[in-house]
Design a protein around this ligand. Structure first.
Ligand code: K1U
Ligand code: ZN
Length: 168
């Protein structure tokens, strides 16, 4: 297994729309394992393939404290979402050090394939619902800061550009 480098906002590669996975082969299984390792090491509670510069529809999520409830979602799609919303503070491994409130549907139901190729449905609420929607946004080329005002987003871009210049 390997730790994968994570793209940082405002890298334009984070805006790419991911393509469906046609076949679950060893390459996909290896990518899923590497993404899980990268997510746990970060540490984070989710990671989309887009963030590691692979533009395919694959997500890993584990919101458990014990890191023993890994969910792998291949080609996830939303079947339904609640009209009621929740506002939650979000962070992102691609936007280090930035946290802000985002409002999203409080419950979602999704369908996806697992690594065994079987379709399954997942009803999510609370933090899991937030994380699923945040990661599915990544597959569409959307980063959580795109949900914030232009003023806030511009401030975040300048802050991150300054930080990136410091390390280069
Ligand atoms: O997409 C990502 O970069 C992962 C992101 C997921 C996420 C977090 C919070 C709300 C919505 C989506 C993260 O994991 S950021 C790190 C984080 O939140 C965290 C890290 C360690 C323990 C608990 C949370
Ligand atoms: Zn993210």
């Amino acid at each position: 297994m390997a730790l994968l480098p994570i793209l940082h906002f405002p890298d334009p590669r984070l805006q790419k729309v991911a393509a469906p996975i046609e076949r679950i082969d060893d390459e996909v299984r290896r990518l899923a394992a590497d993404m899980a390792e990268t997510m746990y090491a970060a540490p984070g509670i989710g990671l989309a393939a887009t963030q590691v510069d692979v533009h395919r529809r694959l997500i890993v999520i584990d919101i458990s404290e014990a890191h023993d409830q890994l969910i792998t979602l291949i080609n996830p799609r939303i079947l339904g979402q609640s009209a009621d919303t929740q506002e939650c503070e979000e962070g992102c491994l691609s936007v280090p050090g930035i946290f802000d409130e985002v409002e999203r549907p409080a419950q979602v139901e999704i369908e996806a394939l697992g690594l065994d190729g079987q379709a399954f449905r997942l009803k999510a609420e609370g933090l899991l619902a937030v994380c699923v929607q945040h990661e599915m946004d990544h597959l569409e080329g959307i980063v959580f800061v795109d949900h914030l005002s232009r003023l806030k987003r511009n401030r975040i871009v300048s802050k991150l550009r300054k930080q990136q210049h410091k390390v280069l």
